[in-house]
Design a protein around this ligand. Structure first.
Ligand SMILES: [Zn+2]
Length: 465
């Protein structure tokens, strides 16, 4: 206490002056002066060593005066309790708080009660709360009250896309939970966090399905990719939209991609190939089977990968061939048609990839086309020039394009992931009309291709080279 030391050092000189002056005073005055001096001294000592109030300091600055230190501490404790309750998580403050005993002349002025102290302390301190942040590729995206909520959210996300018990589930992104001190009120509710994780944003339009709506129309109307619609609405059955059903429409991608892989072993037929000889003596569509093809059989194990519920890959892991297919030997007429554009034409292949399922009876049902094994997203082209007569979602076909080539021949391209043609378009042979996909009733990416002559489905292999 430098001030007090300074005072004490000057004391002898002051005492001498006082003694001299004191000796010059009359006796009654001396008594009065003695009383006054001793009273003053007592009060000063009391002020220096005891004080009658308590200054509350935040980072060294007085922010309030309390009656005493315990009242100030009580106000602070109550404030922390209140903030903790309000935040739903432990709160703490970042400043340094201290107390100092002081003397005030008038105890009725300037001394704050507990409620007033709380208000004053609250405005001087910065409270932060314990919270858990979910980082996606190192960026903080979701802020929850605690680690347990964050873990529950990630668990929910893993299960939301129709995951089966045998699935192995992983996130594509690097997802981690970290404990942080956050601003009070800065965390999000669990429901908001769910939307953020699933839809990439909390600001999402909802749409109520109306009678007669289909996914294609909705997708077109709101300019949203159908895959995006399906991924944003886990459990959605595109073929079975119900009026009144709520759909999330968002153009943002989910924050986190759930990758589920499973291995599936199935018994399958191996399609037979067809060896065709052309005979100019036969007419369009006429053919003679010299020896009937027989499909082979195999047991195949696929590894299927789904990203947010959409199948993105189907890889053959192993297969056991039980019987080889037997090639069909056929003689056909050279394909000549009176097309609207005139001239004769032969169809070309709509995409790369071999025939994995042939025309005819399959699993007790008529398979009205052929399935071509092609990569997801690869181009599907018109097999001949013609006019697009249908383009859009069509039940089990998923996204489908029909092209009329005249002479009663219509070609159909189904399960597309994208359509690049519109009804009325004139297309040339080889022009891309869509991309291979797995929409509609499809177990994996492939092109289902049909040739319909006079309304009757015919074996496309009769028209292909
Ligand atoms: Zn098919």
């Amino acid at each position: 206490m430098p001030l007090m030391q300074k005072g004490l050092r000057r004391l002898p000189g002051l005492v001498a002056i006082a003694q001299k002056w004191f000796a010059e005073q009359a006796i009654p005055h001396r008594i009065l002066i003695g009383v006054v001096v001793s009273l003053t001294l007592t009060m000063s000592l009391y002020a220096v060593f005891a004080g009658n109030a308590c200054a509350v300091k935040v980072n060294g600055e007085v922010i309030a005066i309390a009656a005493d230190e315990s009242t100030a501490k009580k106000a602070l404790a109550e404030l922390v309790d209140y903030k903790t309750g309000e935040a739903g998580s432990m709160v703490n403050y970042t400043e340094e708080i201290s107390y100092k005993s002081i003397w005030v002349r008038n105890k009725t002025e300037g001394i704050l009660d507990v409620e007033e102290l709380k208000t004053q302390i609250s405005s001087a301190l910065t409270f932060k709360m314990q919270a858990a942040a979910i980082l996606v590729n190192g960026e903080q995206k979701i802020l929850l009250k605690n680690r347990q909520e964050a873990e529950t959210l990630l668990g929910w996300l893993e299960s939301v896309y129709h995951v089966e018990p045998a699935d192995r589930v992983a996130f594509r992104e690097n997802v981690e939970i970290v404990d942080i001190l956050a601003d009070i009120g800065g965390t999000m509710s669990f429901d908001v966090a769910k939307k953020m994780a699933l839809l990439g944003s909390n600001n999402v339009v909802q749409y109520t399905v109306k009678d007669g709506d289909n996914l294609w129309d909705i997708s077109r109307a709101f300019n949203i990719d159908q895959d995006q619609l399906i991924s944003a609405n886990p459990g959605l059955n595109p073929e079975n939209l119900r009026a009144g059903q709520m759909l999330y429409l968002n153009q943002e991608a989910p924050l986190i991609t759930v990758i589920a892989t499973r291995e599936v072993t199935v018994d399958e037929k191996i399609p037979y190939s067809v060896n065709v000889k052309y005979d100019d003596g036969l007419l369009l569509g006429e053919k003679f089977i010299i020896s009937q093809g027989v499909p082979g059989e195999r047991t195949v194990t696929y590894r299927i990968t789904r990203e947010n519920g959409l199948e993105t890959d189907r890889e053959v892991r192993s297969q056991v061939v039980k019987s080889d297919p037997k090639t069909e030997e056929v003689v056909k007429g050279a394909i000549t048609m009176v097309a609207s554009r005139g001239g004769s034409l032969r169809l070309s292949w709509p995409c790369g990839g071999g025939v994995v399922s042939s025309f005819g009876m399959r699993w007790g049902r008529m398979h009205e086309g052929i399935d071509l094994d092609a990569d997801y997203g690869s181009s599907v082209v018109a097999v001949a020039g013609g006019t697009v007569v249908d383009a859009g979602w069509d039940g089990g076909y998923g996204m489908k394009v029909d092209i009329s080539h005249g002479g009663g021949l219509v070609t159909r391209y189904a399960h597309l992931s994208e359509i690049n043609a519109a009804v009325g378009d004139s297309v040339n042979r080889g022009e891309t009309i869509g991309l291979v996909g797995s929409t509609g009733n499809s177990t994996g990416p492939h092109l289902h291709f049909e040739t319909v002559v006079g309304g009757e489905p015919c074996d496309p292999l009769d028209f292909l080279p």
